[in-house]
Design a protein around this ligand. Sequence first.
Ligand code: PRP
Length: 455
Amino acid sequence: MNINDNVLQNNEKIIYALRELYASRGYSRYAMSKFEEYDLYAKNKDFLVSDNVITFTDTNGKLMALKPDVTISIAKNTRDIPEGVRRIYYSETVYRVSKSTDSFREIMQTGVECLGDVGTEEMVGVIELAAESLSLLSDSYAIDLSTVAPAGPDGDEPFREVLARLKKGPYADRFRVNPALSGDENYYSGIVFKGYLAGIPEAVLSGGRYDRLMRKLGRSSKAAGFAVYTDRLERLDIAAKKDGPADADWINIALPKGRLGEQVYAIFAAAGYECPALLEPGRKLLFENPARKVRYFWVKPSDVAIYVERGAADVGVCGKDILLEAEPDVYELADLGAGKCRMAIAGPKTYADDAETTLRVATKFPNIAKTYYRSKGRAIDVIKLNGSIEIAPLLGLSDVICDIVETGKTLRENDLEVKEEIAAISARFIANKSAYTFKTDAICRMAEAVGTTGR
Ligand code: PRP
């Protein structure tokens, strides 16, 4: 049977190409059920990206789960390999809560696992196969490497040794050490790596060494592997593999509209990233200066992090309050020192906290308020408001507020006072993780020039 290429969707083509690659490198297909007993995840929550798992009761009354993860099942279901290694590949769907939509998503993963006596040689093989996987998809790809909490004398990765080998191999110029890479510390122990394609805002490949997970599941074998997130490749134009993005040497910058934005732009202009058109009166939101290869957009301050996380902007400037509240998946590279204020708990001068009641907290920042009171073990009822927060305790809507205090004038004029300080806030320079990988020098230069330490 011959299948006409035209009927395949982009990610289906990618999955077949990857499977072909893994089979040709001696990996054998590992097929598994879509379900596991829920107990496996209840006992190994530490190893899951999120606690949310879809469950159902099987015909025999057992509580089952739709798989949120592939590696845990492989670690549990494969036998120990006393000698040598076993190499397997899989192509499976997992079910996880997506942070952006806060609802369950089907995520397609194609990946490999190498189980058994995994040493430097095998580790290098797995990481080079990750690079080869990305080379099938684009000419502009890179792999960031780092090492997380070592698993002990047994599993302690000779990171430098592996790195030295990679630097002599066929994909040498594609690897980069990135200490900021956050591997899932619970999951991995030793080397972790993430793969990026230019033009795709998030990592499309993620992998590492997971001896600790194997031990937790009672296995004596060591293990390493990676997965390609094929659903993130839906929009990848494989036919245009050779051409990287047209504006690869430009930097797209999202600035917060308003007073802070103007202050921030002045810092960028003084640092050599001027774009005079930006100061012309009018309603235009997008400006470029081809001479400096910078493109600025004015966006709502609370949206800057979204533009950057999703790669519509390479970099941007937003308040630390927004970073604490939304926890976007971006790098925070510099403090601009502008827009200084404090995040604080404030309340009426007469208010005294009563630990016996649930504290009612009005705020624009529910996540910051919850995290702060969780760390203190205090039960709260969060009342999410969109502005004029100071009025809430005056009308009895809340006991206290969690809000920004700049000059303190709003508090004073409403007979409120700061009760506790949570964090110092100022404007921060942030970068998209994929853009940072491909435009490292230009982005670091910019961070240095606009940050307080560089000025
Ligand atoms: C912010 C904040 C406080 C005020 C603090 O509100 O929420 O209300 O500024 O500044 P101050 O300490 O200098 O008085 P914003 O001006 O953004 O308006 P909002 O109430 O509509 O959110």
